[in-house]
Ligand binder design. Structure first.
Ligand code: HEM
Length: 495
């Protein structure tokens, strides 16, 4: 293909050394972004990491042109994180392309629309409160609490299964297996030297055992839900079991889509990842050193997302008591004083709370840089031609902190989402946009609104004097946003 006169050679480059050093030393995302924006506030820049060139898009118009292109033109990068990643993540929705992706996306969208359940969220909020009430004498790590809550809700919404992570401070066995596999999947030694997978190591045996436990867990759930559907009264099927898995199975059958157990398993594993997170940073940091780093973030990003954002919101309400007061007054106005689960109509009225959640997503977008796409051909954005097979990423963080779009971008101010100010539709893209946007967006937003409003009714909270986040919300790692030390201590007291 011809090289355009406005081709990629004239795209400003981030000086490699400072950038690579920041990556290697695991600098947090806000510092990395500082290095990037020192170079240029142009709409597109190039970063060289070793022999690989990454393009970062940061202009809203360019991003719009890019993200709205069809998935055939701009497939997700093929992941090369080694055999383990491949065998664990398989061909699930997050990484797949073309036919496989389209089919999964269709099922997902339909199933998600049916699976929204306030009751499940409310029920788990009450369980969370029971657990917290035991520990109010000292600060609580709200990040850990939010991980437990989101994974519990996801389990129940996605496959009508209770993991039990909110019953006590014990971690349920299946979650332990899952976390073990997740961590090992990102073991950098195995990624760099796939031959390690085949050595007679004790750790390989343990990995395989845990993998089997988790695989079987999912396959059993599928078999169970299939059986239930078969014996269910067809007329009642819309009102009975509304979990995502059953919906997917049922819709698949109706549409005549042949989806085998393996494919469904892959898909569920991806959803599972999207909904919660685990202690990843140790392995993540290492992989980021050796691999196309932006890719790793995907895995990390997605499953840190909901619990991270809830922690960011709760943190800022601790830091700014007048915002907490305003949010609580709104909840009381809409729901009354008694602790209940808000209905979907009530949730819609929680405008200020919604703004707090959005402002958290703006200031700390959990997926600060999107998973790279590898264009099949030259793709034009603005005056530039992006070459085929290049790694091209959307810099969400930059857009969310662009002073031309957001006044005082580093200030936490929910009011900006309430003052009716007109902005470019791509100036707020925490869930990405276009055909491959977040499939769990509505669900996650609803979940956060319900949880936050209930927490506001039940507790008041402050930031402990010795908080590591006293000055600002400190981040760990470099790409996927997570709190420093995976810890956000908050002191709660009952109202
Ligand atoms: C605050 C919470 C969340 C944020 C900020 C978020 C953000 C995102 C983003 C930015 C993407 C696009 C990834 C890319 O192209 O690089 C994505 C994809 C996706 N998300 Fe989320 N997500 C969140 C929660 C969830 C939840 C709770 C679920 C499901 C239970 C979910 C399911 C998915 C799925 C299935 C995809 C892949 C869609 C596709 O490739 O077609 N997300 N998410």
């Amino acid at each position: 293909a011809p090289k355009s006169p406005n081709g990629f050679d004239n795209i400003p480059s981030i000086p490699s050394l400072e950038f690579i050093w920041a990556m290697f030393t695991g600098k947090p995302q806000d510092e990395i972004q500082g290095i990037i924006s020192k170079v240029s506030d142009k709409g597109i820049i190039k970063a060289n990491a070793g022999t690989i060139a990454f393009f970062y898009l940061q202009d809203v118009e360019y991003i719009k042109q890019f993200l709205t292109k069809s998935e055939d033109v701009l497939p997700k990068m093929k992941h090369g994180l080694g055999n383990r990643v491949k065998s664990f993540y398989g061909n699930g929705i997050l990484f797949s392309n073309s036919h496989s992706w389209r089919m999964q996306r269709k099922l997902n969208n339909a199933a998600f629309n049916r699976a929204l359940s306030h009751d499940i969220i409310g029920k788990n909020a009450f369980k969370l409160f029971n657990l917290m009430d035991y520990n109010l004498d000292k600060p609580i790590n709200i990040y850990d609490m939010m991980q437990r809550t989101t994974i519990e809700i996801l389990g129940q919404v996605a496959f009508a299964y209770e993991f039990g992570g909110l019953n006590s401070f014990e971690i349920p066995d299946i979650i332990k297996s899952y976390k073990y596999v997740m961590e090992q999947t990102e073991n950098w030694l195995h990624i760099l030297f796939p031959i390690m997978d085949h050595l007679p190591l004790e750790s390989n045996k343990k990995y395989q055992e845990n993998m089997n436990v988790f695989d079987n867990f999912i396959l059993n759930l599928i078999a169970q839900r299939r059986k239930e559907l078969k014996y269910q009264d067809k007329e009642k099927s819309d009102t009975t079991d509304n979990n995502l898995l059953s919906s997917m199975l049922e819709l698949g059958e109706k549409e005549g889509i042949k989806i085998d157990s393996r494919e469904l398993r892959d898909n569920l594993v991806n959803l599972f990842i999207a909904g919660h997170d685990s202690e990843y940073s140790f392995y993540a940091r290492r992989i980021e050193l050796f691999l196309p780093f932006t890719l790793v973030k995907t895995l990390l990003l997605i499953f840190l997302a909901t619990s991270l954002n809830m922690s960011v919101a709760i943190y800022h309400l601790a830091k700014f008591p007048e915002m907490q007061k305003k949010a609580r007054e709104e909840v009381i106005r809409v729901l009354g004083n008694a602790l209940t689960t808000p209905t979907s109509e009530q949730v819609k009225e929680l405008k200020y709370i919604n703004a707090v959640i959005k402002e958290s997503l703006r200031t700390y977008p959990p997926l600060a840089i999107l998973i790279p796409r590898q264009p099949n051909d030259y793709v034009q954005v603005g005056p530039y031609m992006i070459p085929p097979d290049s790694y091209t990423c959307v810099n969400v963080w930059h857009v969310h902190h662009d002073p031309n779009i957001w006044e005082n971008p580093y200030q936490f101010d929910p009011e900006r989402f309430l003052n009716g100010e007109k902005r470019h539709p791509y100036s707020f893209i925490p869930f990405s946009a276009g055909p491959r946007n977040c499939a769990g967006q509505n669900f996650s937003l609803m979940e956060q609104r319900v949880l936050l409003s209930m927490i506001l009714l039940k507790y008041e909270w402050t930031l402990p004097e010795d908080s590591i986040h006293k000055v600002k919300f400190c981040l760990d790692s470099n790409f996927l946003l997570k709190p420093k030390d995976l810890d956000v201590e908050i002191q709660f007291k009952r109202i």
